[in-house]
Structures are given as C-alpha cells and as structure tokens.
Design a protein around this ligand. Structure first.
Ligand code: NAP
Length: 521
C-alpha cells in the first residue's frame, strides 16, 4: 500500500505500443502525470499522433479478425481470469488509481469491485445473450429465421479521469466479449490505470494488440479515434459528447455516450435522517464529488428540513479528509487545478448571490495542493451557477420543498437525467416516488451503488446525460451488429405456386395473411 514506484510506472508507460516511441523513447513528446495528493511527478507517457492512431487501428483490425473467431466460451474464460487478476492485484490497482486521481482508498475500491463484478456478470450471462436466436418466420410452417450477432469490428473508446480503471475496463470488457478489438484514448490526467488494466487483460489471455492504448490530446488523438472506429464508446462531459456525436454522425457510425449529471436526492418526512445523512456523505462526496452519479441537489420535505440540515451539516463537518494510501480518509483530493477552479467559482458565485455555507466552503492547502472541503449550501438562488449546472466536485445544495410532489417536480426540472436517490417513510413509498423521477438509475434508500450495481439492468442517462446504455443485455448487444437470416421453404415462396395465376394467388394471400391474427406467435 503506497505510492507506486517510478520504475513500475515507467514499465507501464512502455506498454504504449507506439512504434516510434518503442524504438527511441526520446523521439516523441511526452505528457507528465502528477500525483494530485502532492503535485509531484509520477511519470511520463508518450503523446500519440494521428499516424499512431492509424497504426493502432491497422494492428487492432488484424487482431480482431482472429479474436472474433475465438469461441464465446473461451472469451468468457478470459473475462473470468481478468476478474481473478483484478482481485489478486487489487492493492496495486488501488495504489495506481489513487496516485493519479487523488481519490481516497474506499472510492478507489469501488473501481476494483465494479470491474470484477462486471467481468463475472458478462462471463456468466454473455454467452446466452450472444447466442443465435431462433425467431418465428414470416409464414408459419414454411419459413424460419434466426438472429445472428456479429461484432462491430474495432471499437473506439474515449474515457475520463474520474474512474480511470473501472470505466474503461467495464466498457472495454463488454466490447471485447462481443468479439471486438479496441483502440482507446485514455484521459490525459490518468493513463496509468488503463495501462495497468491492459496488462491484466494480457495476463488473463487476451491476445496482444486486441486492446490498443494511444494516449494524447482529446482533440487530436480522440478526434482521430472517432474518425476511424466502427463504434464509439465515449464517457465524459455532455458538451464533448454532443461534439463527438455530431462528428461520428457524419459517417453514420453508431455510438454510445455516458455523460454528465446534476443528480437529485429526495428526502421525505419519516425517513431515518441520521441514516440518510450517512448515506448522503458517500453519495455526495465519493471521489470528492467527481463522480457522474454524485448527488448535487437534495430536496427535503419542509417539516424535516431544519433537522436534516442540522444532522447532515454535522456529519459533513466531521468527515475525515486527507492525502494518503491508507483506509482512513473519507475524502481525498480533487484531480486538477481546473477542477478546483470550477469548484471555488461555483461556491463563490452561489455565496455572492445569497447562498449560505452550512459546512465546508474552503480550499485546504494544508492537506495538499488540490484539497477542497466537502461543502453544503442552502438558500441557493435559481440564478446561481451551481443551481442547474454540474459542478463535478464536493458541493451539494439543500432545498426545502412543500411535499413529495414538489420534490419530484424539482428533481425533474433539469436537462440531465442520470441518477437519483429517494428516502421516504417506507421503501414502498420510496419506490412509488422513484417511479416518477426522470433518471436512468433511481436508488431507493441508497445513494448511487444500488442501481449501478444491478448489472442485469441497463444503466444510462436521459436528456443530456447520455445516449445508449451500459450493463444488462443492452450494454453488450450495442457492441454487435444484428443480422436476421430467414430461410423460406422451397415448397412455398412469396410468389405462390408457379401454376397459380396472380388473380387467384393475390386474393388468397390477402385472406390467409388476415388469418394469421388467430395464430399466437
Ligand atoms: P471531457 O472533458 O469530456 O473528457 C473526457 C474524455 O474526452 C477525455 O479522455 C478527453 O481527453 C476526451 N476529449 C476531450 N475533448 C475531446 C475532443 N474534442 N475529441 C475527442 N476526445 C475529447 O470530460 P472530463 O472532464 O474528463 O470528465 C468529466 C465529465 O464526465 C463530467 O461531466 C462527468 O459527469 C462525466 N462522466 C460521466 C460518466 C457516466 O458514466 N455518465 C462517468 C464519468 C464521468 P483529455 O483527457 O485529453 O482532455
């Protein structure tokens, strides 16, 4: 447990398969990755070019052809071995994730658990989902049909820095399992988690070249991936998602995008406020609030509003902040000065417009260069930036509402619709309220992990929170192209028996087609 050694990170950087870099690692600009806890240098990785992306696609296409021929059961075995490698190497994964993202160890553990669970889920359920599926043919007894799934080819993947291990591993494993290869541009702040993940894949038996990593800038390297891939899996901000959707739409290539959120929590009278406050600490401040599913708005029924604010503020003030690789801190660092700027600007703007800080509100340079206190705001006016815009940091606003109907209306008053949490007097009431919230994932009596980890169900956003789904059948089948192959009996084709004139066959066809309504198909 501790900061990864420099030579270990340098070895990971050498996994970047850029020929020019491999021949002479000085013949290429590099980007430097820093440890957010301290601001110190962790290591360098090469910066790719459009040519490198082109080479990566050539290698990936070659490797994909062979990988797609690997029987599904063997691909499932690779997924299982990957899950085992993740478990066996979990301490190193936690160290690398913490080192480059600055999150606390418990939030990093979410990434390990998620990758293991998702790999085992698709290893178990995936073969059935990908199997050829017989469907009713057009003419009973005379037609048969089968749906066959084929991989799309090479999936382009672009991932963010906030969950640098679990997001690309989870999305990547479904793409791989479906028989695709991947060309991946990881976030510039956090390439090492991906490179470690790819090392584990190769240990698990994934052939070399099936997962290519090309670090580099979003615009150049990311743009080149978008221009070449057969399917794009993008995770990041809604603004970038919209830009890439337009770019890939010009080639009519399908894509899936998991984007931002401004996630609401509803607290009804009768909920156990101490328990809600405890869960809200995780839901709002896991990964220092740099989690797409973080709660940033809490709507509390008026009669328990003051009490909730009191309990929640006390709980937040007692949170243990800190740098380090132990299990002690409940919250770690922000990832970058850019994130810090957004957070401090959102807080200052809300306060200038009349908001009150109930807890936190300040930078904590005594803990590290990028620490900011978990912050609870009340009386946030509608014109404050953080009222509707995603902060993506440790800032949450609490609002009183007259009743649960108003809570639902306010929760739904957003362009986003990623996730939501509901706490009411009973689980049944929570469920009923949850069904009225317009979000892709709704958690009753939990913050975010309950819906996310229900892996058989789809996870995705409504509105500007996303296009498409991960998890469940949707999260696997999106990486396939469906082909319907129908076989017609030679005894009866759609033209009718050759001897029959059309004036006889036409009316007979209409009458028999009408009779199909009596058949249960
Ligand atoms: P971002 O700025 O959109 O960047 C995400 C990725 O896209 C990075 O790899 C980035 O590369 C790349 N990129 C940026 N501009 C690009 C362009 N013009 N062409 C191609 N690639 C480009 O988002 P972020 O700030 O890293 O991540 C935070 C956002 O992601 C938040 O809004 C958060 O809610 C969302 N998010 C959503 C989910 C989800 O599952 N719904 C999960 C995690 C995060 P560089 O790193 O080189 O800039």
């Amino acid at each position: 447990m501790g900061r990864p050694r420099n030579d270990r990170l340098a070895a990971l950087a050498r996994r970047v398969d850029i020929p020019v870099w491999q021949r002479d690692s000085t013949a290429r600009p590099t980007m430097t990755v820093h440890e957010p806890f301290t601001g110190e240098v962790l290591g360098d990785v090469p910066v790719g070019t459009v040519d490198d992306v082109e080479h990566a696609f050539v290698r990936a296409r070659r490797a994909q052809a062979e990988w797609a021929e690997t029987p599904v059961r063997r691909r499932a075995a690779v997924l299982r071995r990957f899950a085992d490698r993740v478990h066996a190497r979990r301490e190193e994964i936690l160290d690398v994730v913490q080192a480059e993202s600055g999150k606390n160890r418990m939030s990093a553990l979410d990434e390990v658990l998620d990758a293991m669970l998702t790999a085992r889920f698709y290893a178990d359920k995936g073969p059935g989902l990908l199997a050829d599926r017989r469907i009713p043919g057009a003419i009973p007894l005379f037609s048969s049909a089968t749906v066959v799934r084929r991989p799309r080819g090479v999936v382009g993947m672009i991932s963010p820095w906030n969950y640098p291990f679990s997001l690309p591993m989870g999305d990547g494993l479904a793409a791989l399992f479906a028989g695709n290869a991947i060309v991946h541009k990881p976030a510039s702040l956090t390439p090492f988690s991906t490179l470690l993940g790819v090392e584990l894949w190769e240990e698990a038996g994934l052939p070399h070249d099936v997962w290519q990593v090309v670090p580099g800038s979003g615009r150049e390297v990311g743009g080149a991936v978008v221009d070449r891939c057969d399917f794009l899996m993008f995770t990041g901000s809604s603004a970038t998602g919209a830009r890439l959707g337009a770019q890939i739409g010009r080639r009519l290539v399908p894509f899936s995008a998991e984007l931002g959120g401004k996630n609401p929590m509803v607290v009804g009278a009768g909920a156990d406020l101490e328990q809600v406050a405890d869960i809200a600490v995780r839901a709002c401040f896991a990964s220092a609030g740099q989690l797409c599913m973080s709660i940033e708005r809490i709507y509390v029924e008026q009669e328990v509003y003051d009490e909730f604010c009191d309990v929640f503020a006390r709980r937040v003030q007692a949170m243990r902040l800190g740098a380090g690789y132990g299990w002690g801190p409940e919250m770690g660092s922000l990832v970058s000065e850019d994130q810090m700027t957004v957070v401090t600007e959102h807080v200052a703007d809300a306060v200038a417009k009349g908001a009150t800080v109930l807890a936190g509100g300040h930078r904590r340079p005594d803990l590290g260069p990028l620490f900011h206190e978990p912050t609870v705001l009340v009386d946030v006016p509608a014109d404050a930036t953080c009222h509707a815009e995603e902060t993506f940091g440790p800032v949450v606003s609490v609002y009183p509402v007259a009743d649960l109907d108003e809570a639902v209306a306010r929760a739904n008053d957003s362009e986003y619709g990623l996730t939501a949490a509901v706490f009411c007097a009973t689980p049944e009431q929570g469920y009923e309220v949850g069904t009225r919230i317009d979000a892709g994932m709704v958690n009753v009596d939990e913050g975010y992990p309950a819906a996310w980890s229900s892996l058989a169900g789809p996870s995705g956003g409504t509105g500007i929170s996303g296009v498409g789904y991960r998890h469940g059948s949707e999260g696997l089948l999106k990486y396939t192209q469906a082909h319907t192959i129908a076989t017609q009996s030679r005894a009866l084709n759609f033209g009718g028996p050759g001897s029959l004139p059309q004036r006889v066959w036409g009316p007979a066809l209409a009458r028999s087609t009408n009779l199909l309504k009596y058949l249960k198909r």
